[in-house]
Ligand binder design. Structure first.
Ligand code: FAD
Length: 641
């Protein structure tokens, strides 16, 4: 391990560096690494359930709970520790995320003190394994349309949980098929024939002996593309009765006379506030995806540094893969993006920690901005994971296809990260919605069409919302050379200005298009639907800008000159390869000339060549213990013949 990688690591480990170090030394591969031999589904599930109980004994889960609930209130530490699990077995990561993050998070954030006292200690210790039962066969992304009902019965003062149609069956639910005892079930809450929208109710699904509770039918989702250690299942409820007090009642309650009350009057706003409290799940998935991607890049770049193929004409040593331009192109821009996303993730986790420490006193604007930021980073980080892990698999040729070399399981296990905790396409629309409405309080009051009408009324000057680096970025932009001047390409101000300009233009033109929806006879749905590609492009451009600014801040904060210089070049590669990937847009909108566009491609090539000698330092800086990599790719074979 070179001093350069140690210095780089200090720069990228972020505010919770000590938690990363703790995980590196404590997460023993023998206990937490992926299985070294093929397991049956049942063996794998049992193994992960055991690992979960073992993790519970470390005390880590208590970090994620606030102090008034018996935890340590170190939310940033909790999410960082979770991210580090992403280097270990991803089935364990997901199982832990479902149990403590989603199920525990629902009880903590949607419940009130009696629920906290009754359940949280046994959730922390994993004695009470739980499920988060939101998705139904019929509705995944559109949670407001769930079909399951929770109806108050005045005769018994109970809630009756029921699955009225096959489409209302709970589906894909982690923990349902094997281990879960108690489920946080999302259902339409009904009193006196009136529906109050989706709320969450605790429903026991298995008894102490592990048998389904009366009225609960449990199914198994069976084999999946990956995550074989997670017991995803299905739940159907046939008039299952639970006490009224099983309603997690922080945002909506029913008294003993069946009278419904809520601190938030508007049902849409109430719904979004409830979902907003669960933001940590999305941030955690982005973190886990980042860790898995860094594992894949470490494997592929280490392999590329010693694997040889073809000798140059006329003889001589066979060429090391990473000396091929095509191979550098395959891996190094992706590595640069991983660095960029790691800085963005660190910034996001830090912001989340501060907002959540404020509890109920948190500024609603900050909370909405956090939710939109989490949605955007989750969408981009998980899409990057899927693309990069595939590229890494191919970069290792046949060896990349062998299970022993981890890339197949990384690929299979992370694939669904683009779908769960919010489908990426749907999340990017949420990001754009937040930007168009400037995260106003009204945000939560509006459905999509309301948002379109509201967004359309906004003045055209789209908001460029602030990031931690905003002051620095503004200074860089002010000092940037003109668009066509020599040397602009590697000028950070020029790069930032280009990212910002694209975002602003996409948002302004989007607002103009959507304005048509405000006309009295307009079909607002069609206006929005016709602009959906534009919506997604605007959201992506926004996330790209936020990620670049996080990287800029990270480079600025690095205190070692050599590490800072290297990070600066990695940041150039991120910025220019992102511009290159969207060069069609920049050319169409005359933001760059054809000549400048060719220079961008040439500069990406030059940066790849310049970074090639540092590739190993750059992946070593991720600090993934070699035992966690558990593969044949890391060490060159003594003699391949
Ligand atoms: C392994 C696994 C584990 C899971 N664990 C849990 C769990 O523990 N608890 C739980 O509650 N859920 C869980 N889920 C469910 C998961 O959250 C949902 O699958 C996810 O929310 C997507 O919903 P869906 O499958 O119904 O897809 P859909 O919402 O039907 O999406 C299908 C496609 O339609 C597109 N689409 C949808 N709406 C729009 C729109 N408005 N505009 C444009 N395109 C659109 C999407 O982009 C996507 O490509 C899990 C899923 C899996 C696969």
């Amino acid at each position: 391990m070179s001093t350069l990688s140690t210095d780089l690591r200090r720069a990228i480990d972020g505010r919770w560096a000590h938690i990363r170090e703790e995980a590196r030394s404590e997460l023993e591969p023998a206990r937490f690494a992926p299985p070294s031999r093929e397991l049956t589904r049942e063996e794998y599930r049992a193994r992960v359930a055991d690992q979960l109980r073992e993790l519970a004994t470390t005390g880590h889960p208590a970090r994620g709970l606030s102090k008034d609930m018996g935890g340590q209130g170190d939310f940033g530490a909790s999410v960082t520790a979770f991210e580090m699990l992403g280097h270990a077995d991803l089935s364990l990561l997901v199982k832990a995320g479902v149990h403590w993050g989603l199920f525990g998070g629902a009880v903590a954030n949607l419940g009130t003190q009696p629920h906290h006292t009754a359940y949280l200690p046994r959730i922390l210790s994993a004695e009470l394994p739980g499920c988060f039962a939101m998705t139904e066969t019929g509705h995944g992304s559109d949670v407001q349309s769930l079909g399951t009902t929770a109806t108050w019965d005045p005769d018994t003062d109970e809630l009756v949980i029921h699955t009225p149609t096959p489409a209302a069956r709970k589906d894909y639910i982690g923990g349902a098929a094997r281990d879960g005892r108690l489920a946080a079930v999302f259902a339409q809450l009904v009193t006196g024939g009136e529906s109050h929208g989706v709320h969450c109710v605790l429903v026991p699904i298995r008894d102490e002996a592990g048998e389904p509770m009366p009225g609960v039918t449990i199914g198994d989702c069976g084999a999946k593309a990956g995550l074989a250690g997670v017991d995803n299942g299905r739940l159907t409820f046939d008039h299952v009765r639970v006490p009224r007090t099983n309603l997690l009642n922080r945002y909506g309650d029913i008294d003993e006379h069946g009278v419904y009350s809520s601190p938030i009057e508007n049902p849409t706003r109430r719904f979004f506030t409830m979902l907003g409290t669960l933001v940590r799940g999305r941030i955690s998935v982005a973190g886990g995806a980042g860790a898995a991607t860094r594992t894949a890049l470490t494997l592929a770049l280490t392999y590329a540094g010693h694997r040889r193929q073809f000798a140059p004409p006329g003889g001589g040593d066979e060429v090391v893969l990473l000396d091929y331009r095509a191979h550098q192109r395959k891996l190094l821009p992706a590595l640069a993006t991983s660095y960029a996303l790691l800085f963005a993730q660190n910034e996001l986790v830090s912001r989340m920690h501060d907002v959540q420490l404020s509890g109920d006193a948190a500024d609603p604007h900050d909370q909405r901005e956090l939710e939109a930021r989490a949605a955007g980073i989750k969408a981009v980080a998980t899409a990057h994971a899927t693309a990069t892990i595939q590229a890494c698999r191919e970069a290792c040729g046949g060896a990349g296809y062998l299970a022993v070399n981890r890339l197949p399981s990384l690929k299979a296990d992370t694939d669904v990260f683009t779908t769960f905790e919010g489908d990426n396409t749907v999340l990017l629309q949420l990001v754009a919605k937040g930007l168009l409405t400037d995260y106003r309080d009204t945000f939560g009051d509006m459905d999509t069409l309301g948002m379109v009408r509201f967004g359309a009324r906004q003045v055209a000057g789209a908001v460029i919302e602030r990031t931690a680096a905003r002051g620095l970025v503004e200074r860089l932009i002010a000092a940037a050379p003109g668009r066509d001047s020599d040397g602009a390409l590697l000028d950070r101000g020029w790069q930032c200005a280009l990212f910002e300009d694209r975002e602003r233009h996409l948002l302004e033109t989007l607002a103009m298009r959507l304005r048509k929806a405000a006309a009295p006879d307009a079909d607002a749905f069609s206006v929005f639907n016709d602009a959906q590609d534009h919506v997604i492009a605007a959201a992506r451009a926004h996330v790209d800008r936020v990620v670049l600014e996080a990287f800029v801040a990270g480079v600025d904060a690095c205190d070692d000159p050599a590490a800072q210089a290297l990070l600066g070049r990695v940041c150039d590669l991120y910025a220019l390869s992102t511009i290159e990937a969207d060069k069609g847009w920049f050319l169409e909108h005359t933001r760059i000339t054809p000549a400048r566009s060719k220079q961008v491609t040439a500069a990406v090539n030059t940066l790849c060549a310049q970074l090639r000698p540092h590739a190993q330092d750059l992946v070593d800086a991720f600090g993934i213990p070699v035992e966690w990599l558990g593969t044949e790719l890391v060490e060159p074979l003594a003699d391949v013949g």
